[in-house]
Write a protein that binds this ligand. Structure first.
Ligand SMILES: [Cu+2]
Length: 359
């Protein structure tokens, strides 16, 4: 009897699993996630600490990864001293325009006030690389204050190119103004000076190498998140431009320098067939500096596994963070995923208060 009942339980468990699998593939899923906006400091460059508004206290913000057709509710709580919204960039918002996140146009101004929570709801109609960003004083909050993060919507029917990918990564390009680094509510104007440049909010050498294996087929999801253009040049490799603003282009083409304009979210594919070590950098040459000091800025290095590290190599001793380009997070499945590597430090004033108490 016991054996029979165990067999029956095992069968029921197996049957339930099968049903769950069938359900997941047959119908879109709903995700309910919470996100905060926090005032934190990040180290953009060796000589540049920066006060940012970080989604979940990090810049870039957490990854939202869903499938085409899924619908998502995001509960956003503003822990900062200024109002914000979230615009879901690239989303059609059919019959859903008042979730578009623009203050005074699609939701009451001035946006989500300090201390308040607001819920956005949207459907991932369009597949591909998308992103989200604040739309309050966007020139400052999005342009130079770090209020952006990536969204990846997996398509119902992936293309042949997408099926070949062995490593999937995200590069959010942006610029910074050292004069505004310490003052919320300033900067991002046409006459302000952008003097630091970054990939995923860190300037060389504080960013990370792009580590690959010979034979990898890498998808780079470029997002123009900040106030400037970038011209990313891949030494030793061509890039196949195959998706523009999420959508597959009819005739993909090769480039070795890809222009990334603010607001754009384009994907390129790189066949890693050239073992060695190659710089991958912004070819707007002053953007490969930290405030004019070369090398710096929006620069990374393609490192092949097995390639010896010479004594003189600048990143010989780099502390490797495998999720810096979201490669690990993108493998985790669906939902919202935070990245420890992007977390900022609470503002110093909070530390001081804490220290006083401790005294
Ligand atoms: Cu904002």
């Amino acid at each position: 009897m016991i054996v029979n009942s165990m067999k029956r339980s095992a069968f029921l468990l197996f049957f339930s699993c099968m049903m769950l699998t069938a359900t997941a593939s047959a119908w879109a899923k709903h995700y309910d996630v919470s996100m905060s906006i926090d005032e934190v400091t990040i180290q953009v460059a060796p000589d540049l600490k920066y006060k940012v508004f970080g989604f979940d206290g990090q810049v870039p913000g957490p990854l939202i990864h869903v499938r085409q057709g899924d619908d998502v509710s995001v509960h956003v709580t503003n822990h900062t001293t200024l109002p914000h919204t979230i615009h879901w960039h690239g989303f059609y918002q059919h019959k859903n325009w008042n979730n578009d996140g623009v203050p005074g146009i699609t939701q009451p101004g001035p946006g989500i006030k300090p201390g308040e929570t607001f819920t956005y709801h949207w459907v991932a109609e369009k597949p591909g690389t998308m992103w989200y960003h604040c739309h309050v004083n966007a020139n400052e909050h999005t342009g130079i204050r770090g209020m952006w993060g990536p969204i990846v919507v997996d398509p119902k029917k992936p293309t042949a190119l997408e099926k070949k990918v062995t490593k999937d990564i995200i590069m959010m390009m942006s610029s910074w103004e050292s004069a505004a680094a310490d003052k919320y509510g300033t900067g991002g104007g046409p006459n302000d000076k952008r003097n630091y440049f970054s990939i995923n909010a860190r300037s060389f050498p504080l960013d990370q190498p792009l580590r690959v294996k010979h034979g990898d087929f890498v998808r780079v999801r470029f997002i123009g998140a900040g106030n400037t253009m970038h011209a990313m040049h891949s030494h030793g490799h061509d890039m196949l431009v195959a998706f523009k603003d999420g959508l597959p282009i009819k005739d993909p083409y090769y480039v070795d320098t890809q222009l990334i304009i603010p607001g754009s979210h384009n994907d390129v594919f790189i066949n890693m067939d050239n073992s060695g070590r190659f710089i991958f950098h912004d070819h707007i040459d002053y953007q490969s500096t930290n405030n004019g000091k070369f090398p710096g800025g929006a620069v990374t290095i393609i490192e092949y596994a097995g390639n010896p590290k010479d004594d003189w190599y600048v990143w010989k001793d780099v502390k490797y963070q495998p999720d810096f380009f979201y490669a690990e997070s993108l493998k985790k499945g669906y939902g919202k995923f935070d990245q420890a590597v992007f977390k900022g430090q609470p503002l110093e004033r909070k530390h001081r208060r804490h220290h006083r108490k401790a005294d």
